[in-house]
Design a protein around this ligand. Structure first.
Ligand SMILES: [Zn+2]
Length: 126
């Protein structure tokens, strides 16, 4: 299940970012998954939830957006967007693309709650 190893890496990144920004909580993480990665968003969300358990990222919402891959044909240099099932060059039919984008899972946005957000104005004791 490769979603799980991706999720662990995501959580590590997010936690490092949270530590850098002295966040107290992670609300939302937006990631872009290259279509060639063949990530199942639901599986990734579940794996992320599990990997984030007990950390600042616990309960964070994971938003997975699939992005198309970009490839350049090694034979005719044509740029096209291959898919997992069909990666032949539409120009010359060669199945030898060089993937230039859309591989892997990339973190786009991380919404953090920092101590500052919690408000320096203290509205009485609770
Ligand atoms: Zn080609």
């Amino acid at each position: 299940m490769h979603e799980f190893s991706i999720a662990i890496q995501l959580v590590e990144h997010v936690l490092a970012l949270a530590a850098e920004n002295r966040a107290t909580r992670v609300c939302r993480v937006v990631v872009e998954a290259g279509s060639l990665q063949a990530v199942v968003p639901d599986a990734l969300q579940l794996a992320f939830e599990a990997a984030a358990k007990g950390t600042l990222a616990e309960g964070a919402e994971l938003d997975v957006r699939e992005v198309a891959a970009d490839a350049v044909c090694r034979r005719c240099q044509r740029c096209y967007q291959p898919s997992v099932t069909d990666y032949q060059c539409p120009g010359c039919g060669a199945a030898d693309p060089k993937i230039v984008a859309g591989r892997g899972v990339v973190i786009r946005t991380v919404d953090l709650v920092t101590a500052d957000d919690a408000g320096e104005t203290q509205e009485g004791a609770r």
